[in-house]
Design a protein around this ligand. Structure first.
Ligand code: IVH
Length: 659
């Protein structure tokens, strides 16, 4: 049908022949035909694909054939012995294996009935996964109907992932919006696939690659390379780059190529999977409880490069911690250029005996954060003395102290300008008060000119003062003043985090906001009932003592009193902690008709508490319409637009998943 052809051109080939507007018009026409004659709706209808048809929460799906894991070969030796064992078990030599890149994503299973996509699920525990059908429908490259004729049940498995480019772009947007960043493409893919609102999944541009047909012989497939060919013929996305190898030398050659190639590859790969090619022989090898014996995953070691430590710089953090950072001769490492690596603290430096002028092996922890692994002591040309963090603060010259058995040394001077700048910059940062425009350079200037001596002084800044600063126009000054004003209504958790209390990070701050509901209540408990704080879930003695010290300090109390006078929000609003983390964030609900078990207001409150929004009218943007007794015209409109409709029971079931 016409629309299916355009849907295919749009979603699968990225080559539309008609404008989005024309496409939308055709889509609406189909939706209204389907609304009038639901019996005509086919499971592969383009209306079921994306937008307008958000779907199911995650019900459980049983994997009749378990989704297994793979055993790992941690080095080449283990890989060689795997291959030797494979050959000897099959009474042969030169057994064919297929080498494939190991995609760093999340495993999924897709089920097609008579060639039409009907269900998709995550691996879960291997036996029971989650139904993510609606979200998988949003992956543009996944066909809703297979090419060629496939009768009955057809199951295929593979990996959902996000490419490196998409990952970087997503994190850039999240950073811009002050949302927490994903640590790696795999986490981003998992977070995107397990969204309650498929529209969010759709916006994430996920990719899928299939590598395993279930019961292959039933589909006339007898080898792994034949399986990949069939996957491709059926129109399913397949990674490519696989190679049939008949000797350990060939396998190792493939590893050599991929150990380098993976950095250029658009998709994150964390190893190579080696599989016995002949499927009929696999049963001779069998399986362990968790993995088949006919395959193995060789994991790439993290990339390490040797470079020069040109210098060690010490920076002063917001709580006075002196942090040493190695300044490196820039090296290209796992996709980016690295020129600095945190050395954490003196203990770390002493343990690794890191000195200025050393040649050091550098890698990225979790492929993200640069770190010095070890130094090449034999390459020391001139003998530099062991590095010792200065015992005075590099910013204010105060003698640094080590508190208790902490690894860190600190500058104890509360008026240290470097500390003050770090505190103010942190207060203004996105995860805290989100004062856009008040970056490091401006913070430095307002502190240096004496206008800002503590966080409360920020709220006394005016356009006139800011416009006087170097390279600051009156427009930018106005924008900052507006952002300062806006920050007054930041949620309580953000404010507690912004105070920069030692040992209290974003998560603890949100927990405290959630439990104490107001800054006054938290402050009172911290000062007068420290014991009570200690026994509160997730807090403990160290955090309780930090809170006690912070709120007991006269100067801090005076600053907090001024923040209150300036009109900052000191109260938790309806239990919302961080909307971005709530499960129904971005979901729009419309309630119609009478609910038996609660009033509409109560239902709206529950929706809001889970991050959702309610609205009075149904539109294309509505995610769910909750229908009670004697519903009004909104019900019909929802049907016409193909919006998912929940009856009261379904709505309560959905709520229960999170309550
Ligand atoms: S085969 C029964 N092939 O790696 C064996 N797995 O660490 C099925 N993975 O659970 C897996 N790329 O999620 C296979 N080319 C590939 C793969 C691959 C990534 C994942 C898969 C598996 C995990 C094991």
């Amino acid at each position: 049908m016409e629309l299916s052809r355009h849907a295919k051109l749009y979603y699968e080939k990225d080559a539309p022949e008609i404008t989005d507007f024309e496409y939308d018009a055709l889509m609406r026409e189909l939706q209204s035909i389907e609304a009038e004659a639901p019996e005509l709706i086919t499971p592969d209808s383009p209306t079921r694909r994306i937008g307008g048809t958000p779907g199911e929460a995650f019900t459980k799906v049983e994997h009749i054939i378990p989704m297994m894991s793979l055993d790992n070969a941690l080095n080449r030796e283990e890989l060689r012995s795997f291959y030797v064992k494979l050959c000897s078990s099959l009474d042969g030599s030169g057994v064919d294996v297929l080498c494939e890149p190991k995609i760093d994503g999340l495993a999924v299973s897709l089920v097609y009935e008579d060639g039409v996509f009907v269900k998709g699920s995550t691996r879960g525990n291997g036996h029971i996964g989650e139904d993510v059908t609606a979200n998988l429908r949003t992956i543009k490259t996944l066909p809703m109907r297979l090419k060629g004729k496939i009768d009955g049940y057809f199951e295929v498995r593979g990996e959902v992932c996000m490419d490196k480019h998409g990952f970087a772009a997503l994190n850039a947007v999240r950073e811009e919006c002050g949302e927490p960043l994903f640590a790696n493409p795999r986490n981003a893919a998992a977070g995107s696939l397990r969204q309650l609102n498929p529209k969010i999944t759709a916006s994430r541009n996920l990719k899928a690659f299939l590598y395993q047909i279930i019961e292959p012989e039933r589909h006339g497939v007898f080898t792994q390379h034949g399986m990949l060919e069939r996957i491709s013929e059926l129109g399913l996305p397949m990674q490519g780059a696989q190679k049939l190898c008949g000797s350990i030398e060939e396998i190792e050659e493939y590893l050599d190529v991929w150990t380098e190639e993976r950095f250029k590859h658009p998709i994150d790969t964390d190893g190579v999977v080696v599989k016995l090619d002949d499927i009929s022989e696999r049963s001779l090898l069998g399986v362990t409880a968790k993995a088949p014996k006919w395959a193995i995953a060789f994991k790439f070691p993290p990339e390490e490069k040797l470079t020069l430590i040109k210098d060690i710089e010490v920076t002063v953090g917001k709580t006075g911690t002196l942090t040493p950072t190695a300044v490196l001769d820039p090296v290209h490492l796992a996709g980016t250029t690295v020129s600095r690596a945190s050395l954490h603290n003196q203990d770390e430096i002493t343990r690794k005996d890191i000195r200025i002028g050393d040649m050091a092996w550098v890698r990225k922890a979790g492929e993200i954060i640069p770190e010095v692994v070890r130094v090449e002591k034999d390459m020391r040309a001139t003998l530099m003395p062991p590095y010792v963090i200065p015992d005075t603060c590099p910013a204010c010259g105060t003698k640094a102290v080590r508190i208790g058995d902490e690894a860190a040394v600190r500058c104890p001077n509360k008026s240290c300008p470097a500390q003050l700048k770090a505190r103010i910059a942190f207060f203004a940062s996105r995860e805290a008060m989100d004062i856009r425009g008040l970056g490091d350079k401006i913070v430095s200037q307002v502190v240096d000119c004496g206008r800002v001596k503590n966080i409360a002084d920020i709220y006394g800044l005016d356009v006139f003062t800011l416009a006087e600063l170097e390279r600051m126009g009156s427009k930018s000054a106005q924008n900052i003043v507006d952002a300062i004003e806006k920050s007054k209504s930041r949620p309580l958790g953000a404010l507690i985090n912004a105070l920069g209390i030692r040992n209290v990070g974003e998560r603890t701050a949100n927990d405290l906001a959630d439990k104490f509901r107001s800054l006054d209540a938290l402050s009172e408990t911290a000062v007068e009932h420290e014991q009570e704080l200690e026994t509160t879930d997730g807090i403990g003695a160290i955090i309780a003592a930090s809170l006690h010290d912070y709120f007991n300090d006269e100067e801090n109390r005076a600053v907090i009193a001024r923040l209150k006078d300036y009109g900052l929000n000191f109260k938790a609003d309806d239990g919302i902690i961080d909307k971005g983390l709530l499960p129904w964030n971005g979901c729009k609900f419309v309630l119609t008709g009478e609910l038996a078990s609660m009033t509409r207001q109560e239902a709206a409150k529950k929706i809001k508490a889970l991050g959702g929004e309610t609205s009075d009218s149904v539109s294309k943007k509505t995610s769910f319409v909750v229908v009670g007794g004697r519903p009004g015209s909104k019900y019909q409109k929802a049907q016409t637009l193909g919006i998912e409709i929940l009856n009261e029971n379904e709505f309560i079931e959905k709520l229960k998943e999170y309550e």
